[in-house]
Each structure stands twice: as C-alpha cells, then as structure tokens.
Design a protein around this ligand. Structure first.
Ligand SMILES: Cc1cc2nc3c(=O)[nH]c(=O)nc-3n(C[C@H](O)[C@H](O)[C@H](O)COP(=O)(O)OP(=O)(O)OC[C@H]3O[C@@H](n4cnc5c(N)ncnc54)[C@H](O)[C@@H]3O)c2cc1C
Length: 572
C-alpha cells in the first residue's frame, strides 16, 4: 500500500468523523485517513468555553455560511455557523449535552430503519460518554465525551429554574434520563472547565496511532468513482490537488451542508441540479440536499434592572477580569460558562404527547447569534425557545460547480403554517416565564418582542423579523428506503458501493434536542456497522493488507495537532 492508499478515508473531522476515526483505527490492521478542511484546533478560543462568543465572529474555524434570502423571513439571509477545524461543530458549539427524546429514535425505526430504535442506540450514547455523575441505566463512564455539571452556575440561571416551577412546569435534573420533560440545569460537554469537543474526546487520545493519518487544511473536492464504486477522493491539501484512494470505503462526514454539497459536486444527486451546473451525472439520487430541517428558534429579550447578567457593559469589566483570573487558576466561574446554563423541555399545549419546545436561557442580551456586538453592551436576559420537530423543509443545493464555493442553503423555516402557529405560542410561553417572580426581580421592560407586538399577527411579524435557529441542520442525506432516501439504514449511499455518509445529515427527522451527542452516537454506531460489513468479506483482503502494512506502516502522519503545511504536502 502506498502513502496515498488507505483502507478507509473519512472526509470531515467533526463530531461524527472524529469518533469514526477513533473506532476504525482501533484495529491496527486498518489504515485510516481523516481529512479536515479547516486548521488544527489548538486555540484558546476553542478550549475555553467562553470562547464560543468570539468563535461566532471569526472565519478561521467557522464556515460562517449565509442562507439565501428567505421569503418566509422578510427576505433575510440567515447566518449558519459550522465548525471548520478538528472536532468540527463540536469545537465551536455551546456544549449543551442532550440526546433527544426516546420517541425520536423509535420514530426512525418505525420509518423502516432497522437498528435505530432508542433501545438500540442507547448503548452508543453510553459508550461514547464519560458521565461525571457516574454510571446508570442511561449513562456511561469511560467514553471520550466528558459530560459535566456546570462550573459557573450563574444565580440568574438558578432563578430561571425557580421561575419554571412557579409557572407550573416540572423540575428535571437529568434531561437524558428516564424523562425529558421539565426545567433544570443543562450538563455540558466539558472536562475540567474546558471544552470537550469530539476532537478532544476521541481524536487527541489516538493521534499517535501509526495507522491513523490526520490531515488538516485538506478540502475534499469530489469523490472518485470506478463505475458505481467510490474508490477515493480528490482533495486540495494546502491548496495543492491530490488524489487519495480508499481500498475499502470512503466515508463522508462533512455535516448537513457539506456532505450533500460534496455528493452533488461528484455527480450524485437530482438530475436537474447536476445538469444546471454542468456536472456529469454519476448516479441519480433525487434526495441529495433535500429534506433540510432546522430548529426554528425565537429569542425573547428583556432589559435587566441589575448589573447581574453577563455583559460587555463597562460595569462588568472588573468582574470579568477577576473571573478570567479564576478561570486561569481554577478553571471555574464565568469563563467556563457555555452561556446556556439552564433551560428545559416543555409542551406547547396539553395535547402534546411529548415536549415540542426547548428552552435555553442566557443571562445576557442576544441578537443575531451574538453578532450584534452593540446589543451585548446592554444588560439583560434572553430566553431561546425552539420548535423541536418542525414541519417546514428546506434544501441544500449548489451555488456553482466550484468545489470551494459555499453551498446554497435554503432553510425555509416557518414555511409550514403549523410551525408559525406553535412559534406564536412559544413567544407567549417565554414571556410568561420571564414574568414569574423569581426572574421578574431581575428584569424590567421587554426589548424583543417590542411593546407594540402583541396580537397573533404582530407576533407573527416579529417572528418573520427575528426568528432564527439553534444550529441543528439535519436530514439532507437522509436514511431510509423511500424515494428521497440517500443512505440505507447501514448508512451506505443508495445504489453505490464503497461510499457511506456518517454525520447529522443522515437523520431522517430532526430529533427533539441538541444534535452533537446524536452525531457522535451516529459515528460510533456507523463504525460498528462498517467494521462488521467489511470483516464479513475480508478473509483474503485482510491477509493481503497485513502483509502490505508490515512493510508500509510508515504512512506519513500529517496534521497532528501541530500539523504543518509542509508535512501535509508530503502525503502524495
Ligand atoms: C454555534 C453552534 C452551537 C451549537 N450548540 C450545540 C450544543 O450546545 N449542543 C449540541 O448538542 N449541539 C450543538 N450544536 C450542533 C452540533 O455541534 C452539531 O450538530 C454537530 O457537531 C454536527 O456534527 P457533524 O459530524 O454532523 O458535523 P460537523 O461537526 O460540523 O463536522 C463536519 C466537519 O467536516 C469538515 N468538512 C466539511 N466539508 C469538508 C470537505 N469538503 N473536506 C474536508 N472536510 C470537510 C468540516 O470542516 C467539519 O470539521 C451547535 C452547533 C453550532 C455551529
């Protein structure tokens, strides 16, 4: 085997790709290559939880996509941050540890996806986790993803939990346990007060495996095919074109925007879309890029009468300086906050069988993902409220056939009237929660919605003006067996060989909660399926492989956490 040949090539070192690389390379006989378009992750902005605010505004480790103008949202272009570094979006996310509702996975199974019921995915949630509270029926210890209680515990966050009780919602101290419903404190994917991304949890411990090659600054351009079999990938490594070959499988883990984009660029997708961009059709698959789902979210913001909240306001600077010192010396306090310390899962009406709204409370003012910096100088509180199972569907298509262009993202949120109706209820629920005595003492007048936005139609207009999302795009390479399915329930691309998609894009329907732990679960489950499928028919192949590996295990390890451009170029 030469240095540009591997058994498995994984495109994308994100939540799913990192755990996949870890597990596939656990057998020294497997030669694994992991490609990541972004740079390494060794930045304080990534490791320090508070860095999440700054990562939103930089492009170095964030794809910072914008959607196309959205007719359902007054023509706004909606910002879509995605991680572009080792760990992918888990390196820039808000670290809330949530798995979704049991119902979500039973629903996937009921759609004909064998092996994906809650009982069947629970072992993967457990095995990927290190729950600091200890092992239980629902939680595991010893996995790479460290799950910890908050170390900041802002008093207004606690007051919000109290307000939940005052409004009549149950208290819940474990949203990932027996019951999801209720209000309480979120656990965070952190270790010793630092971010525990998928790279920190799953890649860093295995970077020195001789059979794992990790290449950063390596942007995949298109899949290479021999007939209907994927045989490798064309990739720009530090802007130099290279071809890498996968003897067993090529796995796309680029996330819900990039994986469908790469399939389309490779001639796999709806015929019309390929023709429109002059791309030779390799295989017609109408569902590629369709079925995009996102958690539409509304933030209700109120001014604060005290200087208690987090803020960029000068009155908070002294406090922030002290807290920075506390972070440096103890890894505790304000700088360990994931901003979203408390929240919960509630029903928009009594007739809902399971929670259909998720609350995320932030003791600071938030507008446009925290990108309206002047707004963050105000003292106030913000309550996110998102719709967990929206009926609106969007799409990812191509802006052009240039592999280095951004994909065309059409979120199409709020296009379904039921979504708008529930979101109007969500605004009123948030206002009611913020009016409860426990938090009322902190806040004064409302900022969003404005005082003149009270009727249903006015609230609907407020939603068109301000509604956004909470960074959970899924569904664009959906798993299933219907005409729009892109992968089967073993995540193999329909009608092609040697090619799988393993990331959040395979979710047929959006789960009721944040999507990092589910993406990691998908990576871990896929690893088992890939190894099982390849071990079935690998009698002769594994013999050949071990012979060749004994001679060429020196495959160049590029892109370690200290990767350099020069090293990366040596791969060819
Ligand atoms: C700002 C933000 C906040 C969030 N907050 C939370 C939270 O608090 N809790 C939670 O559970 N979830 C949260 N999420 C969502 C969660 O992090 C993602 O759903 C999850 O990380 C997706 O995993 P993935 O493997 O599908 O994709 P990603 O983790 O996005 O990984 C895809 C990787 O592929 C790489 N890539 C893409 N294209 C190419 C290419 N052509 N060549 C090479 N590499 C490529 C990307 O650079 C990236 O590293 C948040 C997300 C964001 C962006």
């Amino acid at each position: 085997m030469t240095n540009n040949q591997f058994d498995y090539i994984i495109v994308g070192a994100g939540s799913a790709g990192s755990v996949l690389a870890n597990r596939l390379s656990s057998d020294p006989a497997n030669k694994v290559c992991l490609l990541e378009a972004g740079p390494h992750d060794n930045s304080l902005l990534v490791s320090c939880p508070m860095g999440v605010v700054a990562l939103m505004n930089t492009k170095k480790r964030n794809w910072s996509f914008n959607s196309k103008p959205q007719p359902t949202q007054n023509g706004r272009e909606i910002f879509n941050p995605r991680g572009k570094t080792l760990g992918g979006s888990s390196s820039i996310n808000a670290m809330v540890y949530i798995r979704g509702h049991k119902w979500d996975y039973d629903h996937w199974a009921s759609l004909g996806n064998a092996g994906w019921s809650y009982e069947e995915v629970l072992p993967y949630f457990r095995s990927t986790q290190n729950q600091e509270r200890g092992e239980s029926k629902y939680h595991g210890v010893g996995g790479g993803l460290n799950v910890a209680n908050g170390r900041s515990e802002h008093p207004i966050g606690k007051a919000f939990v109290e307000a939940g009780k005052q409004a009549g919602y149950p208290y819940n101290d474990d949203f990932n346990g027996a019951e999801q419903e209720g209000i309480g404190a979120y656990q965070a994917t952190q270790i010793n007060g630092e971010r525990c991304s998928a790279a920190r949890g799953f890649l860093r411990p295995v970077m020195d495996r001789p059979n794992l090659t990790v290449i950063t600054d390596a942007r995949a351009q298109r899949v290479l095919f021999e007939g209907k079999r994927a045989i490798g990938i064309e990739v720009l490594i530090n802007k130099q074109p290279q071809r890498l070959y996968s003897n067993k499988e090529l796995i796309l883990s680029g996330g819900a925007f990039n994986s469908p984009q790469l399939l389309l660029l490779s001639g796999v997708g709806p015929k019309d879309e390929l023709t429109k961009h002059n791309i030779k059709q390799q295989h017609e698959l109408p569902g590629v890029g369709q079925n995009l789902q996102e958690h539409v979210d509304v933030v209700t913001v109120v001014k604060s009468r005290s200087s208690g909240p987090f803020s960029a306001h000068p009155s908070a600077w002294l406090y922030a300086t002290k807290e920075l010192w506390r972070y440096i010396t103890q890894r505790k306090g304000f700088f360990t906050t994931n901003i979203v310390e408390t929240g919960g899962f509630i029903k928009s009406s009594k007739d809902q069988a399971i929670p259909d709204l998720q609350l995320q409370f932030t003791p600071m003012t938030m507008d446009d993902h925290g990108r309206t910096l002047s707004f963050m100088f105000k003292l106030g509180l913000s309550l996110h409220n998102c719709l967990l199972r929206p009926k609106s569907r969007g799409s990812v298509t191509l802006a052009s056939n240039d592999p280095n262009a951004d994909p065309l993202i059409d979120l199409n949120m709020l296009s379904h009237p039921d979504d708008m109706a529930t979101m109007i209820k969500a605004v009123r629920i948030s206002q009611n929660l913020l009016a409860q005595p426990a938090v009322k003492q902190w806040n004064s007048e409302g900022i969003f919605p404005r005082n003149d936005q009270k009727s249903d139609e006015e609230i609907a207009e407020f939603l068109r003006e301000k509604a956004n999302h909470v960074y959970h795009p899924v569904g664009t390479c959906k798993m299933g067996n219907d005409p729009l399915a892109v992968v089967d329930d073993r995540l193999r691309v329909q009608g092609l060989d040697g090619l799988r998609v393993v990331d959040a894009s395979i979710m047929p329907t959006l789960i009721g909660g944040n999507t990092n732990a589910p993406a990691i679960m998908i990576g871990a489950k896929a690893a088992d399926m890939i190894l099982a499928d390849n071990n079935k028919d690998s009698g002769k192949r594994s013999k050949d492989l071990s012979e060749s590996l004994s001679g060429s295990l020196s495959a160049k390890k590029t892109g370690s956490l200290e990767s350099s451009p020069v090293e990366s170029q040596e791969i060819a």
